[in-house]
Write a protein that binds this ligand. Structure first.
Ligand SMILES: [Zn+2]
Length: 480
């Protein structure tokens, strides 16, 4: 019966649609024309054989140079980030100017990149020490990571191929080393990814050469434009009047937002998985029965709409390109990640039909001209409309801050003008007194009006205040 409800709402996804069309049983991804990482790579493998061989030749050459590094690495390991740091910093700044709320985790994130890379290296070494092939694994990974610095001219998709090739080779090597103990191999691979990607993050996350940033801004704008969508329109089976439910909803939102602050693909996936589990808790607490897959996707869409996660597309792309492929092809993380990709695709093409309304009504809402009273996205607590209001309140505050600064600057200028002016007057008076000593009994103080510099500043001060002082805050903006 629920599936009927969602078919009507247009947000229904056959679970088989999450899978690779090749029938291999792995999860597919839109970035690979719906194929899973394995099939996608197989399709592209042949063309890239030459490139791969070159990469490995280079990696091996560098590896020899790294031979001695392992023993002394405790003190000497320094990250050698790809040379895009400044660019990234600039982009982050630019973004924070128009994404005030959402960008805060990311800006604090990039500040810690170097420290995180150091810590990751130390943890990696500690993890590898007890393993027999530990030294060899470290050598390979370090050499490969360093070799990426020499590939600046490659596009991000090619860099992704290099990393994926490396994962594959290393994983094959580990399988022979650990005699087929997959769990062991996977736990090593997780550490490998953590070590490598904390170093490579800065150069390959949302790189200039891609349109990732444009896509981030597009989806962010789209989500803001959809602020009027209600929980009922999406047929989301959560009742936020129930404290436990609203608590889970808040946690789910927090987790999906937190994804942006992580450097390692697997850690980003973990945020999505945590978010998804809170969603299941919320549905279960509402329905008093376990949630179905049909309940999950609309609720995930709802959470993404409410959260408007920062750099959403960049994060998805980054995970798709640089995650250990087995993590997104199979298992819990893979399932939830694939659903998130679907949720984003749904949001991009959401229309009247999927929300049970006419396309005319949909367009009216999108253009902000809808007359019908719309209940905000949530039934209680912080609704999308409230968030929107908070957002515009914050935008207004940012504007006020700028104006405040102008006022301060202006008043500092006035102050110094006034000092100059009074000094000037003092001089003139002094001169006048010398010219017309008191005993000559000239006009009072004997200063011709024209000799006194006018004091434009005093008059300006009023104007400036009128022009630049911020208007009083409008309290109704924040009324919930
Ligand atoms: Zn496949």
């Amino acid at each position: 019966m629920t599936s009927q409800r969602f078919e009507r709402s247009g947000i229904h996804l056959d679970q088989s649609e999450l899978l690779c069309p090749k029938g291999c049983g792995f999860y597919g991804n839109g970035a690979w024309r719906g194929l899973c990482s394995k099939c996608w790579r197989e399709e592209n493998q042949r063309d890239r054989q030459t490139q791969i061989q070159e990469d490995w030749a280079l990696a091996e050459r560098l590896q020899k140079e790294e031979e001695a590094a392992y023993a002394s690495v405790h003190q000497k390991v320094r990250p050698q980030p790809m040379p895009v740091g400044k660019l990234e910093e600039r982009k982050t700044k630019e973004k924070s100017s128009h994404i005030s709320v959402e960008s805060s985790p990311s800006s604090s994130g990039s500040r810690h990149v170097a420290g995180d890379a150091d810590r990751a290296a130390q943890e990696f070494i500690d993890f590898l020490k007890p393993l027999k092939p530990g030294r060899e694994i470290f050598k390979q990974c370090r050499a490969f990571t360093e070799s990426m610095v020499y590939k600046r001219e490659l596009g991000v998709e090619e860099l992704s191929e290099c990393v994926q090739d490396f994962y594959q080779k290393l994983s094959e090597y580990l399988h022979t080393q650990f005699k087929g103990s997959s769990d062991h191999v996977e736990s090593v691979m997780d550490e490998v990814e953590k070590y490598m990607m904390s170093r490579l993050y800065e150069g390959v996350f949302c790189p200039e050469s891609t349109d990732d940033e444009d896509k981030d801004l597009a989806i962010q704008k789209r989500i803001r434009a959809l602020h009027w969508v209600t929980i009922e329109m999406l047929c989301v089976p959560v009742d936020e009047e129930i404290p436990e439910v609203s608590d889970s909803v808040v946690k789910a939102i927090t987790d999906v937002i937190e994804m942006d602050s992580k450097l390692v693909p697997k850690h980003k996936l973990a945020c999505i998985t945590r978010c998804s589990k809170h969603i299941f808790t919320a549905i279960k607490a509402t329905k008093q029965e376990p949630a179905s897959a049909d309940d999950f996707l609309p609720t995930l869409i709802y959470i993404v709409l409410k959260a408007n996660p920062p750099r959403l597309q960049s994060n998805i792309q980054y995970v798709t390109r640089f995650c250990n492929p087995s993590r997104i092809m199979t298992g819990e993380d893979g399932y939830y990640f694939t659903n998130l990709c679907c949720a984003v695709a749904f949001i991009e093409k959401l229309d009247g039909q999927s929300l049970n309304m006419s396309s005319e009504d949909f367009e009216l809402h999108m253009s902000g001209q809808a007359s019908s009273p719309v209940r905000p996205l949530a039934s209680g607590g912080a609704s999308a409309a409230t968030l929107q209001q908070v957002q515009s309140g914050l935008d207004l505050l940012t504007g006020l801050g700028v104006r405040q600064e102008q006022v301060m600057k202006e008043s500092r200028r006035l102050e110094s003008d006034l000092i100059d002016w009074s000094e000037g007057v003092e001089h003139k008076v002094q001169d006048a007194l010398e010219m017309f000593p008191p005993e000559t009994r000239g006009p009072p103080l004997g200063v011709p009006a024209a000799a006194v510099p006018s004091a434009p500043s005093a008059i300006d001060a009023d104007n400036v205040e009128n022009d630049l002082l911020p208007p009083p805050l409008q309290p109704q903006l924040f009324a919930g």
